[in-house]
Design a protein around this ligand. Structure first.
Ligand code: SF4
Length: 156
């Protein structure tokens, strides 16, 4: 089910991009306020909420540095090689993953999703490799605390 929802989100990447751009300022603003009042006390439920929501929709692996808005709503952490710039040279001629032949290549899907997005050109920006020390952290909280910048394209 989750895999099918993942593909659904990529097919409707333009809608999810608009939704993200609409609700993100409110989420980050609210979390900044919560952070001021409660500090880290509510980190666990907030992180669980992000994991639940994004897990269902995008098969999110909670890398702590979300790239969805730059990867066509296709989570790069579902690539077996967890590469942040792709596809690799091993993608099959039919667009399937070389490691998991039953799975569509996450990065072929990413480029497909990005082609429908207003800010889809951002997929061409080179991303750093993911820092595994941030595994399990909430991207939302990290943005609200200024630990990382939002990945919003400036090419709109
Ligand atoms: S890029 Fe990271 S935070 Fe975003 S959906 Fe994938 S695992 Fe989750």
């Amino acid at each position: 089910m989750s895999y099918r929802l993942r593909l659904f989100a990529i097919r409707h990447s333009r809608f999810f991009e608009s939704l993200y751009n609409a609700v993100n300022p409110a989420i980050v603003g609210t979390l900044k306020g919560i952070n001021k009042v409660f500090g880290t006390k509510l980190d666990r439920p907030i992180t669980a909420m992000e994991a639940g929501l994004k897990g269902v929709l995008f098969d999110c692996q909670m890398c702590g540095n979300c790239a969805l808005s730059k990867t066509g709503m296709s989570c790069p952490m579902n690539c077996p090689k967890t590469i942040r710039n792709g596809p690799c040279g091993g993608v099959r001629a039919n667009g399937m993953c070389e490691v998991k032949p039953d799975m569509k290549c996450v990065w072929v899907q990413a480029w497909d999703g990005a082609s429908r997005m207003k800010g889809g050109e951002a997929i061409k920006d080179i991303e750093f490799a993911v820092d595994n020390r941030d595994q399990g952290k909430s991207t939302w909280l990290r943005i609200a605390r200024g630990e990382i910048a939002e990945k919003i394209s400036d090419r709109h």
